[in-house]
Design a protein around this ligand. Structure first.
Ligand SMILES: [Mn+2]
Length: 355
């Protein structure tokens, strides 16, 4: 309930105001509940509205919350509205960037004169700074991912397909205790490496290929995110050169992470290094993003993000260079910003591994 209290504080919620949460990651953050439904909180309310399938689960996962079951002909919106109206609330904040138009109309219909106003991502703002418990879960997710990476190095050889590599990597993460993969694993070999978000296919790995593996385990509801580009046999001269540039950019930017730094400026370091090396046009995405319950969270290490880094931010640092027809390199660590600097939660070596 501590997180709900903080949400009420940061939102400056008055006694006649309430908050309805629909986004599953926010519901999980605030209560621990992972099922379907919605949440209502106010100075006097902490409630989960769900259907028969999740009533028992909600009671177990979200102690301190009352659980309200919808019934035939009575929707989530109607149950939420009756709780809100019963508590004398006249203004409701909701996630206007998530709730569908149809659902918000249902809610407004059920609320009558009660105003619906945007919540302005207050829960997501709280989620930016991770507490020790959250960091421990991300660290565990990263440890599982690193161990799966060690394993996959023993499996990759000429003839194996991208899809087979993905399957082995995913299966190993699950064997090591992952709840799931944090996102769809990327395996991009040879020329496919120029696609930053390549979909693993039937291409067989060949001697001389570089292979980009972007993956992460999910553990206790939290995501890991790491990328390594490895080589099978000695790579060509240009790919080796690209690797060295990306490695230099990754190391320099990770070194630069520290509380007080402006996100845009850290991104700028990578853009400078890669630009000076002549590949500026081939690095078209941001340097990194925060990671937590969701794989992509704020703040972003992007050219436009003015946020300052804080202790407790977990940021990816993932520069890349992508050359169509040739291939690509990306190296990514998830890093915890500490009181004095930052440390990587990903321990796998970043230097080129040639199998
Ligand atoms: Mn990432």
């Amino acid at each position: 309930m501590e997180r709900v209290k903080r949400l009420l504080e940061v939102s400056g919620l008055g006694p006649k105001q309430g908050i309805v949460i629909h986004r599953p990651s926010n519901i999980f953050y605030l209560s621990g509940y992972t099922g379907e439904g919605l949440m209502v909180v106010s100075r006097s309310l902490a409630a989960i509205v769900t259907d028969f399938r999740y009533v028992e689960q909600a009671g177990q996962q979200a102690p301190g919350f009352s659980v309200h079951q919808i019934s035939t002909g009575v929707s989530h919106a109607q149950v939420a509205a009756s709780l809100i109206l019963g508590a004398g609330i006249s203004e409701v904040l909701y996630e206007d960037d998530f709730v569908t138009v149809k659902e918000s109309r249902k809610l407004q219909d059920a609320l009558g004169d009660t105003a619906l106003l945007p919540l302005n991502n207050q829960p997501e703002k709280l989620r930016e700074v991770k507490d020790a418990e959250e960091v421990a879960l991300i660290e565990k997710a990263c440890a599982i991912s690193c161990e799966a990476f060690d394993y996959i190095l023993t499996q990759v050889r000429p003839g194996i397909t991208e899809k087979q590599v993905k399957r082995l990597l995913d299966f190993r993460m699950l064997e090591l205790g992952a709840d799931a993969t944090a996102f769809d694993t990327i395996v991009a070999s040879g020329p496919n490496g120029s696609l930053p978000h390549a979909i693993p296919g039937e291409r067989q790995i060949e001697k001389g290929d570089m292979i980009t593996l972007d993956f992460g385990a999910k553990y206790g509801g939290y995501c890991a995110d790491m990328t390594r580009t490895i080589a099978v046999g000695k790579p060509g001269k240009q790919m080796q050169e690209i690797y060295d540039i990306v490695l230099h950019a990754q190391m320099t930017c990770q070194e630069a992470l520290a509380p007080g730094k402006i996100c845009r400026e850290v991104d700028g370091i990578a853009r400078q290094i890669i630009g000076d090396a002549g590949y500026g046009e081939r690095f078209g995405h941001g340097l990194g993003h925060a990671v937590g319950i969701d794989i992509h969270e704020n703040p972003r290490l992007s050219p436009v993000c003015e946020d300052r880094l804080l202790p407790g931010h977990v940021m990816t640092v993932e520069p890349g260079i992508y050359v169509p027809g040739l291939g690509g390199v990306r190296i990514e660590n998830s890093c915890l910003v500490t009181e004095t600097g930052a440390r990587s939660l990903v321990s796998s070596p970043r230097e080129l591994i040639i199998l």
